[in-house]
Design a protein around this ligand. Structure first.
Ligand code: FES
Ligand SMILES: [Fe+2]
Length: 450
């Protein structure tokens, strides 16, 4: 449970709020690259952290993210022309480049330098991993892009998508790091002799990697024991379930500050998945999803499965809105719910969305009754509130933006001897207590740390 005040600090992200300022210290995905495909193509409205912005790709291929209000008399540049090297307001022809400079002011006298004093507000952008990222914080605090593994791989190894969600971003993050809910929300109840993995596959809530044993362990032990370790970029959240007499089945998620989480399912060789939640308003967000394989290109079959909404991806329309959403009660099938699907809703992503949205735009955390399996999200809240308050009251900058190399971590599953601590399990599974990827990146991260 949280106080009303802390719930507000945690969930409000407008400029000037403690969490809003904290989020503005980090690079955030604001579009998929595919949304601004051609140089000189159509600009796109974007709302991020409550700010209405306009994104465009200029004729040189550079991406601008600008305040859409023309400084002349306030016309909206959404209606402007994306011309050679800049966006021109159609009211009186003032033209701006991706850095916000006024590069043409045709209404001023010929020899006037008036245009040199005119600027529009812009935010720096980068493209990596199929996302357009923006930095909305103070210029002198701009960090490197976080080196998340999927952003470092060739495009052939990665599939990215996004989907709309009608609730506050924090309850989505909490859903992702609360890995205990897998024993219920995403479960199926097989009939005698029925194969669980194929049932999950059929219900489009499993992946090819679903294995009967893992599903059985998750089903049979709904009380995972959690161990949580802090590392320079976030929190490692390990949930251990009984797997036979001697062993524990660990599902290890990674929370990466401020708004990313990596899924705890992958065993070595399998595809990895993660999500990033970016507030639009305080009661809506875009969820950016990524699936990657570090060792090989994804197959066409795997890409098609992602498009069809397997794992973290949802089935979406051309505007990235889920086909099964609150507008149609997620097409809940009560008969399927009676016959073996725990929810009667198709798709892991849709099941998560249904429940997270059902809690309201911003869930009232003063009324909760938390238990032992909620420890991951309790730590997450403490982590975020501590940093937001320290920045707001003491001007203490968060350390994580300066730890770009530490974002190169993996999450995943492992079966280990029951006597092992999370740190030992991480070394067994990933070769490193924080789950760093590959020797090169490990060295880079250690260098940053020292
Ligand atoms: S309002 Fe944009 S040029 Fe006049
Ligand atoms: Fe879930």
């Amino acid at each position: 449970m949280l106080s009303k005040e802390d719930n507000e600090i945690l969930t409000h992200s407008a400029a000037g709020t403690p969490m809003g300022e904290l989020l503005r210290r980090f690079w955030l995905p604001v579009l998929l690259c595919e949304e601004l495909d051609a140089p000189g193509g159509t600009q796109k409205r974007v709302t991020v952290l409550g700010e209405d912005l306009l994104a465009f790709r200029d004729t040189n291929g550079r991406v601008g993210l600008v305040e859409p209000v023309c400084p002349h008399r306030g016309a909206n540049l959404y209606y402007g022309r994306n011309e050679e090297g800049g966006l021109r307001c159609v009211f009186h022809g003032w033209k701006f480049d991706v850095d916000g400079n006024c590069v043409d002011l045709p209404t001023a006298p010929c020899h006037s330098n008036y245009k040199d004093r005119i600027k529009i507000k812009t935010y720096p952008t980068r493209e990596a991993g199929g996302f357009i990222w923006a930095y909305m914080g103070p210029a002198d605090k701009m960090p490197e892009l976080p080196q998340m593994e999927f952003t470092l791989l060739p495009a052939s190894h990665v599939f990215v998508s996004k989907k709309w969600q009608d609730c506050n971003w924090v309850q989505c993050v909490e859903g992702a790091i609360d890995t205990a809910h897998f024993s219920f929300l995403h479960m199926v109840i097989p009939k005698e002799g029925q194969d669980v993995a194929s049932l999950l596959q059929h219900a489009a809530i499993g992946s090819q990697s679903v294995k009967n044993d893992r599903i059985r362990w998750v089903q049979e032990d709904p009380r995972p024991k959690f161990e949580i370790n802090e590392f320079p970029a976030g929190l490692t959240i390990g949930g251990a379930r009984i797997a036979g007499e001697q062993d524990l089945y660990w599902r290890i998620a990674q929370f990466l500050a401020p708004n990313h989480a990596l899924v705890p399912s992958a065993f070595p060789g399998e595809n990895y998945h993660g999500q990033t939640w970016v507030p639009v308003t305080d009661t809506s967000c875009w969820i950016y999803n990524y699936t990657w394989n570090p060792d090989r290109p994804l197959t066409e079959e795997e890409r098609e499965a992602c498009r069809k909404g397997l794992t973290v991806h949802a089935e979406i329309d051309e505007n990235y809105y889920p086909l099964r959403g609150p507008h149609n009660d997620y097409l809940i099938d009560r008969e399927a719910q009676r016959q073996g699907s725990f929810t009667g809703i198709q798709g892991v992503s849709e099941q998560d969305a249904a429940i997270q949205n059902s809690m309201g735009g911003i869930v009232d955390r003063t009324r909760e009754h938390l238990g032992a399996t909620d420890i991951g999200l309790v730590k997450f809240r403490q982590y975020m509130l501590k940093r937001a308050k320290a920045l707001a009251s003491e001007g203490q900058e968060p350390a994580e933006p300066g730890c770009a190399a530490h974002y190169a971590v993996r999450s995943g599953g492992w079966v280990a001897d029951a006597g092992k601590k999370l740190e030992q399990v991480m070394v067994e599974r990933f070769g490193h207590p924080y789950g760093y990827v590959g020797a090169d990146l490990r060295q880079a991260a250690e260098k940053v740390q020292s």
